[in-house]
Design a protein around this ligand. Structure first.
Ligand code: C5P
Length: 222
């Protein structure tokens, strides 16, 4: 490990997009590459943590020393997280989870017969909010992708979901965030905030984990 700041600490993360099936050959998904989540998993392992990564479908290799559980849908991610979270000291929800899924996952391929096809969606479970609401919960960190008033909306999310920390990024800038190697974060907690300026996701992951480690340890001491 490059530093022992998280030696012996159990870190659970989610990363990547989810796939919400419509039928056996079709699904809905989003632009998440999983790069930020994988960079965090890698950095946490290098800091000495025991890392479990629950990952949606991505084109990345699992970092050395990281235990990866591969899932597709939000429901599968939810199930894996709820099983693993009992053992976690820190939970970081980095996945771009689909907020809704098709009400029907058709058992057979949908035929091209009707002129108009209407889909109905139902709300997916909010994995992060559920983890934060557990009676014995880990130090819980969420992400927020915003296109305006980043710090304002992120603080609302921090309070509404009762998180310990939230990392917010401005997804309106096309040179960073989704599907790129660069990102910048505004990190908020109850009594403060920090700006982590635009850099590669590996350096940024290290900086975010330094903040998380510091606040996690402070919480332990109170
Ligand atoms: O409310 P919003 O979707 O913007 O919150 C984003 C945060 O919540 C991210 O940390 C994401 O991983 C998490 N999330 C989740 N389950 C959902 C939706 C979002 O864990 N169904």
């Amino acid at each position: 490990p490059v530093s022992g700041k998280l030696a012996g600490v159990k870190v659970l993360l989610t990363a990547g997009p989810t796939r919400e099936a419509l039928d056996p050959v079709r699904y809905l998904t989003n632009q998440s590459s999983g790069k930020m989540g994988y960079a965090l998993a890698h950095a946490a392992a290098r800091m000495g943590a025991q890392v479990t990564l629950v990952s949606g479908p991505v084109a990345l290799s699992v970092p050395v020393g990281v235990n990866c559980i591969e899932v597709e849908s939000c429901q599968q991610m939810h199930e894996a997280v709820m099983t693993e979270v009992e053992n976690a000291d820190i939970f970081i929800g980095c996945a771009a989870v689909a907020d809704y899924r098709p009400e029907q996952n058709e058992p057979q391929k949908i035929k091209k017969s009707k002129d108009k096809l209407t889909l109905t969606f139902i709300k997916n479970p909010d994995i992060l909010a559920e983890v934060a609401a557990l009676p014995k919960r880990p130090f819980t960190v969420g992400f927020a992708a915003e296109t305006q008033d980043v710090a304002h909306y992120a603080r609302q999310k921090l309070e509404k979901k009762r998180l310990d920390m939230i990392a917010a990024n401005d997804v309106s800038a096309s040179d960073r965030g989704f599907n790129t190697n660069l990102n910048a974060l505004t990190v908020l907690w109850q009594n403060g905030e920090a700006e982590l300026p635009c850099t590669d996701k590996s350096t940024l992951a290290q900086a975010l984990l330094d903040l998380i480690a510091q606040h996690y340890k402070n919480n332990q001491n109170h």
